[in-house]
Design a protein around this ligand. Structure first.
Ligand code: ADP
Ligand code: MG
Length: 614
């Protein structure tokens, strides 16, 4: 029998390779535009027709190609960007595999026009299905123009595989954003047929973000983006993160490294962690983060279409990233408290004036360890940072074991018969605070009228208190006269036993009985609920769904259940003293702007807004 193995012709080999690199019109756009960037273009014009099915054209003012290069460019493994294997570890270009043009030319009809500054005439190459049809000198502009027509004209199966125009276009825009957002110094224009959908002048990254996503959209990019900036030996990070209140179900989230878009689930977690408790768990923040690292320390040689990138110093960069974001968010969250009017009605702790607040550091603090601090506190804005030399002992801080709130829901009589009288009293005796609809506390601050949601404020105060009790074992216990019995199933009882130590820290006391039941002998003195059993079931439920794999998360989940069940509710009347007390304690919390689960606690009705009404 004769031998049966033979080499495939180039056209077939290229078509097979194209299956990897070129999956849809968006892949063509990505490869062509990246080539233009690598060619040093400062202006790139893109035209698509029929969602890229019939035409994708990319015109640039880059360095162009010589006649030989224009022909060579379509060969497989033909590249000007690397020479040997070592070069793979010092990459500064987007491309390096030398297979994009060969792949595109295998599955489409391509027309290339290109001219370098030193040449008077340019070159035209026409190639389709890997066959060159024309190669001649022509008059043409400086730079390069690629027209890619009728993608998959010779691969019907792949053409049928394409999705609707809208889907294909959205893939195209996705690729376009990824390149445009990290090349803000390059001007872009994108035409969909006759319509110019994007016109992006050269700018900086922030303006580019606004230009790409629209200035007038609800996202209000200009207002929502906070800058992060960190310079270390390992990495430089520059970027923008969205304020927590702009977080959405699906945020705009972009990481770039050395000018290249990347996906990085691990770093994504670092970002989310920095927002911990500032946003709902169902929301995710917007971010645009640009890393610069030594190319030797990353591996981008994974797969032509994959965007994952491996970092040598992943853990260290994770910490740096997380700290840097926390710092920016911390700076932003301090604003309402710096804003306080000293003459206003709220009694501020001595020393809490703008002069005494040292501005948080601008640069990354190498000593700051995000793992060392508990996540429910703003890391940078600790007591010293906020209040300078102010003596802690004078303040009702949450870590003080002897501190008890002067009121909790148990001590406020909801069915008070002299409510009317109390309201009058509170308005008279302290003109600064006013309770609206027994739900909001209104008080004057420098820039306007501050409105505080009383229930949320109290939830934050209690949450911080319970966390401190769990961690410092300083909860006070109240023995109950008639112990209640908590009955559980076997599963829940096992889990409950795990959280008993934490519950004891805040003042609960249990006596295990038979058949998965527990006698509740003592209750935290801060708990203001009537049904302790319901509360315990609620704690158990939440702790289970938190999938509490770290003790920190478990603590937070327990503290949140306790805080929610014990906080004063909307509809509850507060005396003026109670309001002042609540405000003071709220501002003693490291994060007084948001509840532990990310709800806004306060809002300012500005002087401007007020004046506009008169
Ligand atoms: P790679 O980008 O990986 O090198 P490509 O197949 O995308 O491989 O391109 C092959 C070569 O063609 C590039 O290395 C480059 O020298 C040249 N080239 C492609 N596009 C352009 C362009 N727009 N301007 C100048 N040269 C280009
Ligand atoms: Mg390329």
């Amino acid at each position: 029998m004769s031998d049966i193995i033979h080499l495939l012709p180039d056209s077939v080999a290229n078509q097979i390779a194209a299956g990897e690199v070129i999956q849809r019109p968006a892949s063509v756009l990505k490869e062509l535009v990246e080539n233009s960037i690598d060619a040093g273009a400062t202006f790139i014009q893109i035209v698509i027709k029929d969602a890229g099915r019939t035409l994708i054209q990319v015109i640039d003012n880059g360095k162009g190609m010589s006649e030989t290069d224009a022909r060579m460019a379509f060969e497989r493994h033909a590249t000007s960007k690397i020479k040997n294997a070592d070069d793979l570890f010092s990459l500064r270009t987007m491309g390096f595999r030398g297979e994009a043009l060969a792949s595109i030319a295998a599955v489409a009809q391509v027309e290339l026009r290109t001219r370098r500054t030193e040449d008077e005439l340019g070159i035209l190459v026409e190639i389709a299905g890997t066959r060159v049809f024309k190669q001649e000198t022509v008059q043409c502009d400086l730079g390069t123009s690629f027209q890619v027509k009728n993608l998959f004209f010779n691969v019907p199966a792949r053409r049928r595989f394409l999705k609707s125009d809208n889907v294909e276009k959205s893939h195209i825009f996705t690729e376009f954003y990824r390149i445009a957002l990290v090349n803000s110094n390059v001007a872009f224009s994108l035409f969909d047929g006759e319509e110019e959908v994007f016109q992006l002048p050269a700018s900086n990254n922030k303006i580019r973000i606004e230009n790409v996503f629209g200035k007038n959209s609800k996202k209000r990019w200009q207002q929502q983006l906070l800058t992060i900036e960190t310079t270390t030996n390992l990495v430089n990070i520059i970027g923008y993160v969205g304020k927590p209140e702009y977080a959405q179900k699906s945020g705009s989230q972009y990481f770039f490294v050395n000018g290249r878009f990347m996906r990085h689930p691990y770093f994504h977690k670092a970002v989310l962690l920095a927002y911990n408790q500032m946003i709902q768990s169902t929301e995710s923040p917007n971010y645009f983060i640009y890393f610069e690292v030594d190319p030797q320390t990353i591996d981008i040689n994974i797969h032509p279409t994959k965007t994952e990138i491996k970092f040598e110093n992943e853990q260290a960069i994770w910490s740096i990233l997380s700290a840097s974001i926390k710092e920016s968010l911390g700076k932003f969250n301090i604003v309402p408290s710096i804003d306080f009017d000293q003459e206003g009605a709220v009694e501020m702790p001595v020393g809490m004036s703008a002069e005494n607040i040292r501005p948080p550091q601008t640069n990354f603090n190498p000593n700051y360890n995000p793992f060392g601090s508990t996540s429910y506190k703003r890391p940078v804005l600790d007591w010293e940072e906020l209040y300078g030399d102010f003596e802690k002992k004078d303040l009702p801080i949450e870590s003080s074991p002897t501190w008890k709130p002067t009121f909790n829901s148990a001590s406020v009589n909801i069915n008070s018969t002299n409510t009317q009288q109390q309201v009058i009293e509170s308005v008279e005796s302290r003109s600064g605070n006013f309770q609206y609809k027994n739900r909001y506390i209104l008080t004057g601050v420098k820039s306007g009228l501050l409105i505080i949601d009383q229930q949320r404020a109290h939830t934050r105060i209690l949450f911080d208190l319970f966390i401190s009790q769990i961690e410092n074992s300083n909860g006070l216990s109240q023995q109950v006269l008639f112990p209640e019995v908590l009955e559980l199933n076997a599963d829940d009882a096992l889990f409950f036993e795990q959280i008993i130590p934490d519950l004891k820290q805040v003042g609960f006391d249990f006596e295990p009985l038979e058949n998965h039941t527990f006698n509740v002998k003592g209750v935290s003195s801060q708990v203001g609920t009537t049904s302790v059993i319901d509360l315990l079931l609620d704690i158990l439920d939440r702790a289970k769904t938190t999938a509490a794999n770290t003790s920190q998360l478990l603590h937070e989940s327990i503290a949140l259940s306790l805080a929610e069940s014990s906080s004063i509710k909307g509809g509850q009347h507060l005396t003026n003293e109670e309001m002042s007390d609540l405000i003071d304690r709220l501002f003693a919390c490291a994060n007084h702007n948001f509840t532990p689960d990310g709800k806004k606690i306060m809002s300012i009705f500005t002087q401007d807004e007020l004046e506009k009404r008169f």
